[in-house]
Design a protein around this ligand. Structure first.
Ligand code: 5GP
Ligand code: ZN
Length: 112
């Protein structure tokens, strides 16, 4: 996608504070953190939501979760963290390139 912000970040055309990168994914700091530690994990391939998962993307997403699980302690998230994937504008998705929010670094509430 030519003018997708996260594709531009993946291509290095927009700078980002990267904490991890390989051939498939990139993890970088959210520019507007909601918690003390707020990272975004994106596949380098552009697609918007889990409704667009095919076999290869399903493997990619599973592998991304495995990498997050292995690396989270190195990012200061050893006490726990929250993973969020907003799906669609009504749910708060503002960038139409699938991304996993990785939130933590402080106690997170989970009640009404
Ligand atoms: P969404 O609202 O789509 O679930 O999340 C998009 C996230 O991307 C937001 O938390 C927003 O702060 C972050 N974001 C938007 N533009 C940029 C950018 O150019 N650089 C970085 N690092 N984060 C961005
Ligand atoms: Zn994109």
């Amino acid at each position: 996608m030519e003018d997708c912000i996260f594709c531009k970040i993946a291509r290095g055309e927009i700078p980002s504070a990267k904490v991890y990168e390989d051939d498939e994914i990139l993890v970088f700091k959210d520019i507007n953190p909601l918690t003390k530690i707020h990272l975004l994990c994106i596949p380098k391939e552009h697609f918007k939501t889990v409704a667009e998962l095919n076999e290869q993307r399903t493997l990619l997403l599973g592998s991304a979760l495995k990498k997050i699980g292995a690396l989270a302690p190195l990012w200061g998230l050893e006490e726990g963290y929250r993973l969020v994937i907003n799906q669609g504008e009504a749910a708060g998705q503002s960038v139409p390139h699938l991304h996993i929010h990785i939130l933590g670094g402080e106690p997170l509430r989970w009640e009404k």
